[in-house]
Design a protein around this ligand. Structure first.
Ligand code: NAI
Length: 328
């Protein structure tokens, strides 16, 4: 029998966690052979609600779920964690300036970065979901200098999945027939969903679509603005789809990507594609043996170049802002 894998989820009383925890417990993330020990980290005011979620997890009688622990102490929360999913963050509230938001999240992600370094397992993999996700991941990474930088990531898989869904819808082909979608840059409205390397079945996506105007004026803005469209329709931000994307992200990072395909992950740049080293930016990556590798040598045309640069410039600005606050 395999020993349980410790998975820490922060923001455990929130709406994304409510979609996420049950999928983890069901084995959707780490597979049907991996028992899981869940550690739920919340702020004191939400610990009681997390206890309610834990009661429901218990009521699921999941064969793979060995244990659930709830805490408001980050060092206990990340103890022994092999997978750390940082979902909890400070949302922007009315009257809050951008600087206030970065500072409030800075406090959370410096503390959690330090706790990960102090307490997590040697093989820890970190996924930041809480926004601003790329920069929160940057802060956590810089406050855990003893943990390899390749263990930190932020979620752009939801954007990647949204891009696949839009292309599938447009072409009338199933999502499963689409390969090599890419999202570059920041998980924000400047992100660049890039189908210039994608395939629909055996056909290059641009040929399958055969409509440049649709790509530039519909596909790209629809993916970029999808989060706002969900808020408008649902009255609250994407939760189940974000949880599902987080499951996909960790599953593929751990189990590997399929032959001939890749996924989008925001990871620490090694300077690839002109993205300044050290920024957490979304790239096309393949995964094998629990490690990701940025897909090398893709041709980047002028259209793509301008859009990647725009989103990366925003990431550099966010980095400069948190640097000025002494957070990285
Ligand atoms: P939510 O507000 O329902 O839940 C957030 C939870 O985090 C709350 O229970 C809160 O008490 C907790 N929390 C706050 N500070 C904490 C701390 N220091 N430690 C532990 N827990 C803490 O929010 P929801 O809808 O679950 O979203 C979570 C985050 O994910 C938000 O920042 C949201 O913007 C982001 N998000 C990111 C997406 C992505 O693709 N990267 C997609 C959708 C949402």
């Amino acid at each position: 029998d395999q020993a349980p894998v410790t998975v820490t989820v922060t923001g455990a009383s929130g709406q994304i966690a409510y979609g996420l925890l049950f999928r983890i417990a069901a084995g959707d993330m780490l597979g049907p052979d991996a028992p899981v020990r869940l550690r739920l980290l919340e702020i004191p005011a939400a610990v009681r609600a997390a206890e309610g979620v834990a009661m429901e997890l218990e009521d699921g009688a999941f064969p793979l779920l060995s244990d659930v622990e709830i805490t408001d102490d980050p060092t206990i929360g990340f103890d022994g964690a092999s997978v750390a999913m940082l979902v909890g963050a400070r949302p922007r509230t009315q009257g809050m300036e951008r600087g206030d938001l970065l500072a409030a999240n800075g406090a959370i992600f410096t503390t959690q970065g330090r706790a990960i370094e102090a307490a997590a397992a040697d093989d820890v993999k970190v996924l930041v979901v809480g926004n601003p996700a790329n920069t929160n991941a940057l802060i956590a990474m810089n406050n855990a200098p003893g943990v390899p930088r390749t263990r930190f990531s932020a979620l752009t898989r939801l954007d990647h999945n949204r891009a696949i869904a839009q292309l599938a819808h447009r072409t009338g082909e199933p999502a499963a027939s689409i390969r090599r979608m890419t999202v570059w840059g920041n998980h924000s409205a400047t992100q660049y969903p890039d189908l210039s390397h994608a395939f629909v079945g055996n056909k290059p996506a641009e040929d399958a679509v055969s409509d440049r105007t649709w790509i530039e004026d519909t596909f790209i803005p629809t993916v970029q603005q999808r989060g706002s469209a969900i808020i408008e329709a649902r009255g609250s931000s994407s939760a189940a789809s974000a949880a599902s994307a987080a499951i996909d992200h960790v599953r593929d990072w751990t189990a590997g990507t399929s032959d001939g395909d890749w996924v989008s992950m925001a990871v620490c740049s090694d300077g690839s594609y002109g993205v300044p080293e050290g920024l957490i930016s979304s790239f096309p990556v393949t995964c094998a043996d629990g490690e990701f590798r940025i897909v090398p040598n893709l041709d980047i045309d002028d259209f793509s170049r301008a859009r990647i640069d725009l989103s990366v410039a925003e990431l550099a600005q966010e980095r400069d802002a948190v640097r000025a606050l002494g957070l990285v």
